[in-house]
Design a protein around this ligand. Structure first.
Ligand code: AHR
Length: 508
């Protein structure tokens, strides 16, 4: 049995819990849209054809923000094909995923869905096959008041009020050779700069996200961010980061420690952004939008070039196990640990495509294992992220060297008195005995905190999954945490994720 000792003080903080941290991603890819969120004719479809059973799960997941419509898809998307009467919308070939795009869902439909589900839409513009004019047109269509051609077209399509979309991504992964319209850092920086400037002229309230790197191993990583920000620094609020994880060559220890990669990634992007700020003599802090992250078994995907062209094909529908859920929980911990500089994050994707929710066409929708750590973190991370001091046994990893087995973050909401601790034991073999001391509120009672609930995602079989036949095989179950005075103890089995909820006596 290993050991982890944690000291927590609500006075030592990282930053606010930012609601946009619990974002997700809907791409026109595979079955994310068609037979995912949208399936007219399904018994649970609403009058617009969207599945209410899926919408209900999205609400339960606690998603706050949804990026749309891609992804690689956006780099060859013509948004105007997806608005207006459905019968008039063309079928198009999507080159990114070699699929037939029916355009039965488009910008207006997505925004309507987002509003009904209660999530904020985050829109990406096509800087691959298109550019400035297209971005300006889409922004005018979405956000301008009626009286000129494009917003009047929106009105004619049934939307008198502007969509008022605040967050816009300036393209997608244009550093990647796989991206349609791939660019060098200099080429992208130029296009992003002129597009951002024009978009700001259309609507001064937009928040813009420049493309960062597609992952930390990109050959241009670091240089890309510097070059892009040197040109766009004054025009953007955020720079993106994307990362997907899987065990490489069977290296599960490094996979369980994927948070280490995400941590190094964020630190490097922040350092680069702040370097540009320093050179410019600016105090502005460009934030990181981690707008694609998840577990993705690339090794199970033959690659898009080998795909037969089809409509809504089953693409990368990874079935996740307990280990994957623990990794997802630990990545959320990493994101929270960087709440001072990560403004938004989107788990990719929402339904069917590497997703927490799976559906069967005409059939049910169910929660994958990774659904649970996301839903619990989104529900209980409130107020301010704390900075715990942790001493933990170490785990040796091939990719990152020795890392802490036990990783912790916590949030504190002074309004409600709730203090929630999120913990992961990344050791594959050793349980750990957690001892956590909470400092009392300043001048307050040392026994101020009482235990509300301890929920665990763990299974004796780390390869257990949820399936249509057994959708509740893996669900959070109660743990053994106990509080004595100001000290909390709990057993953390190997490969487990925990949400431990405390509250301050007498605040509520
Ligand atoms: O989420 C799947 C794909 O991963 C996205 O289309 C792309 O942006 C990333 O490479």
């Amino acid at each position: 049995m290993g050991r982890a000792t944690v000291r927590l003080d609500p006075a030592f903080t990282v930053g606010p819990v930012r609601p946009r941290m619990f974002g997700s991603f809907v791409e026109h890819m595979g079955r994310c849209v068609y037979t995912g969120i949208y399936e007219p004719g399904h018994p649970a479809a609403d009058e617009l054809g969207f599945r209410t059973d899926v919408a209900e799960l999205v609400r339960e997941l606690g998603v706050t923000l949804v990026r749309y419509p891609g992804g690689n898809f956006v780099s060859n998307y013509r948004w105007e094909d997806g608005v207006g009467p459905k019968a008039d919308r063309p079928r198009q070939l999507d080159l990114a995923w070699r699929s037939v795009e029916t355009n039965q869902v488009g910008t207006d439909d997505f925004v309507d869905w987002a509003r009904r589900v209660g999530v904020e839409p985050m829109m990406a513009v096509n800087l691959g096959t298109r550019g400035l004019q297209d971005a300006v047109d889409l922004l005018l269509y979405c956000n301008a008041r009626p009286g000129t051609r494009l917003p009047d077209q929106r009105v004619a399509n049934g939307h008198v009020e502007p969509h008022d979309i605040r967050v816009w991504c300036l393209g997608n992964e244009l550093d990647g050779l796989w991206q349609i319209g791939h660019k060098t850092a200099e080429e992208y920086a130029r296009v992003a700069e002129e597009t951002a400037r024009a978009m700001r002229q259309v609507d001064g309230r937009v928040e813009l996200v420049a493309c960062g790197s597609s992952n930390r191993a990109m050959p241009t990583f670091g240089t890309w961010e510097r070059v892009v920000l040197e040109r766009c620094f004054d025009l953007v609020e955020h720079i993106s980061a994307h990362a997907y994880y899987e065990p490489v060559d069977g290296d599960v220890d490094s996979f369980l420690a994927a948070g280490e990669d995400m941590h190094r990634f964020i630190e490097a992007v922040v350092a680069t952004a702040d370097h540009v700020a320093a050179v410019k003599g600016s105090d502005k802090r460009v934030m990181v939008s981690f707008d694609e992250w998840n577990v993705w078994y690339h090794s199970r995907f033959p690659g898009e070039r080998s795909l037969e062209i089809r409509e809504a094909p089953e693409l990368i529908e990874d079935v996740y196990d307990v280990r994957d859920a623990v990794v997802v929980g630990s990545l959320l911990i990493t994101l929270l640990q960087h709440a001072d500089r990560v403004s938004m994050a989107c788990q990719a994707q929402l339904v069917n495509v590497i997703a927490p929710i799976l559906t069967r066409p005409g059939g049910p929708a169910w929660r994958q294992t990774i659904f649970h750590p996301f839903a619990l973190t989104a529900r209980y991370a409130r107020g301010t992220v704390l900075r715990p001091a942790v001493v933990s046994d170490r785990v040796e990893t091939r990719a990152y060297g020795p890392v802490d087995a036990v990783v912790v973050t916590a949030t504190h909401d002074p309004e409600s008195g709730d203090l929630t601790v999120f913990v992961v034991n990344r050791s594959r073999t050793e349980s750990s005995e957690l001892t956590l001391d909470v400092a009392p509120p300043v001048g307050g009672d040392p026994t101020a905190y009482v235990l509300v609930e301890h929920l665990v995602v763990h299974d004796e079989d780390p390869s257990a999954t949820n399936t249509e036949e057994r959708p509740h095989r893996v669900t959070p179950h109660p743990g053994d945490a106990a509080v004595d005075g100001a000290t909390l103890t709990a057993t953390l089995p190997a490969t487990s994720w925990h949400c431990i909820r405390l509250t301050e006596r007498g605040v509520r």
